[in-house]
Every structure is written in structure tokens, then in C-alpha cells.
Design a protein around this ligand. Structure first.
Ligand SMILES: C[S@@+](CC[C@H](N)C(=O)[O-])C[C@H]1O[C@@H](n2cnc3c(N)ncnc32)[C@H](O)[C@@H]1O
Length: 216
């Protein structure tokens, strides 16, 4: 398997991406609307989307709350330009970059959301990100994470060691994001969220390997 850089991976699959997500990912027809329904309904809601891609979760959210303001961050300029075309009439600010590097405004978001994006990263990378996110949320703010998780610790270790093996075999740059799924177990994800300062972390629902977690 030849690893592709993360942004290039999504750019080359942009054509038909939304259909692929909705038709091929188990539970997608339910978890997108379910995730969107957990986001704040108030008209002046200010929401951050980590790895917004083409904005599938935002399509559902904007049908429930067309007045919300959203900041969407994504590595792929192509995914963001597809998103932009869908929502020309919405209050949305797009940032092309890595959510690990982009500075977040502090104490201002009513909620943050991330769907099917964070399963590419280590617990250490997420801990830093979740600490930054916790500071970006208001006192009553919360994070809705819908993502794909490993079904055992053995599977989690296997994916991370495979990624390292492939990177060294293919002599890839160490500090570049390549597309390869390295999901944590849901238990490890919850541990990281708690360590980052979220005091109340609940699994809300699951569809095969995809779970929705709500963190306050
Ligand atoms: C599977 S897509 C999900 C997109 C959208 N949330 C959805 O559910 O359709 C994953 C997205 O995460 C983005 N992504 C991956 N790593 C990222 C990072 N470090 N910073 C920002 N975006 C990232 C990718 O570019 C891609 O658009």
C-alpha cells in the first residue's frame, strides 16, 4: 500500500466524496443528522468544525440552524472549495490548515464538532489539540466527536505499527501527515479527552465502529 499525503488523498477523491461517505460508511445516514442535532440550536451559536471537509455535517446543521456562525478548518483546499460552493449564503469562515497548528480564539465557541477526521492521529497529538480546544470553548461549551474507533487495544497497536512500518519502508518524511487510519479505542479517546480537561465525557450512540462522544 502506497501512502499518500493527507491533503492529496482527499483532493483526488473529491469527485463523489459525499456519495461515498453516505453510501459506504456504516451508519452515515444516521450519524450525520444525529451529530448535527447535538449542536446548539440558538441563532447566535458559534461553532468550530475540525476537519470539516466538504461540510456534510454542516449541511445537516444548517437545516436545523441556518443562522449559526461556523469556523471550519481543513487541510485540503479542494475539500474547502467544494464546501464553499454549498454554503455561499451561510455565515462560515474557512481556514485551510492543520487544526494542530491553527491558533483557536479562546473562550468563544458554543460548541465544536469533528466527524471522521481525528482517527488519523496519536493520543499525544490529540491531547495537545483537545487542551487547546477546551480553552477555545465557552464555560458551557462542548465538543461533539463522531469518529471511527478501534475495536481492541491490539487493533490500535497494529494500525500504529503498520503506519510506522510503511513510512520507514517508503522513506517518507517524518513530520508530514499521510492518510492511514490509526483509530484509538473509544476508551483511550475518552481518557485523552478527560486528561485534556473535559470533565464529563459520554458515549451518546454508536454505529458499528463509529461512535458519537459528547464532551463538556
Ligand atoms: C474523512 S474526511 C471528513 C470530512 C467531514 N468532516 C465529513 O465527515 O465528511 C477527513 C477530513 O479531515 C481533514 N483533515 C485530516 N487531518 C487534518 C488536520 N490535521 N487538520 C485539518 N484537517 C484535517 C481532511 O483533509 C479531510 O477533509
Amino acid at each position: 500500500m502506497k501512502l499518500e499525503k493527507m491533503d492529496a488523498f482527499f483532493a483526488t477523491r473529491l469527485n463523489g466524496y459525499d456519495e461515498h461517505m453516505m453510501m459506504e460508511i456504516e451508519g452515515a445516514k444516521e450519524f450525520y443528522p444525529y451529530t448535527a442535532a447535538l449542536l446548539p440550536p440558538k441563532h447566535d451559536a458559534y461553532v468550530l468544525d475540525l476537519g470539516c471537509g466538504t461540510g456534510i455535517e454542516l449541511e445537516y446543521y444548517f437545516t436545523l440552524n441556518g443562522k449559526a456562525s461556523v469556523v471550519g478548518i481543513d487541510l485540503s483546499a479542494d475539500m474547502l472549495s467544494a464546501l464553499k460552493q454549498k454554503f455561499s449564503d451561510r455565515k462560515i469562515k474557512l481556514i485551510c490548515g492543520s487544526y494542530f497548528d491553527v491558533p483557536f480564539e479562546t473562550n468563544c465557541f458554543d460548541a465544536a464538532v469533528s466527524v471522521e477526521s481525528l482517527h488519523h492521529f496519536t493520543a499525544a497529538q490529540k491531547l495537545k489539540l483537545y487542551k487547546k480546544l477546551n480553552i477555545a470553548l465557552t464555560d458551557n461549551g462542548y465538543f461533539v466527536l463522531t469518529d471511527y474507533f478501534a475495536d481492541s487495544e491490539e487493533a490500535e497497536h497494529f494500525y500504529f505499527s503498520e503506519l510506522e512500518r510503511l513510512k520507514s519502508e517508503q522513506r517518507l518524511e517524518p513530520n508530514v501527515f499521510y492518510h492511514y487510519d490509526t483509530p484509538l479505542t473509544v476508551e483511550h479517546e475518552i481518557e485523552v479527552l478527560k486528561k485534556a480537561g473535559f470533565s464529563d465525557v459520554q458515549i451518546m450512540r454508536s454505529w458499528e465502529a463509529t461512535y458519537t462522544i459528547l464532551a463538556h
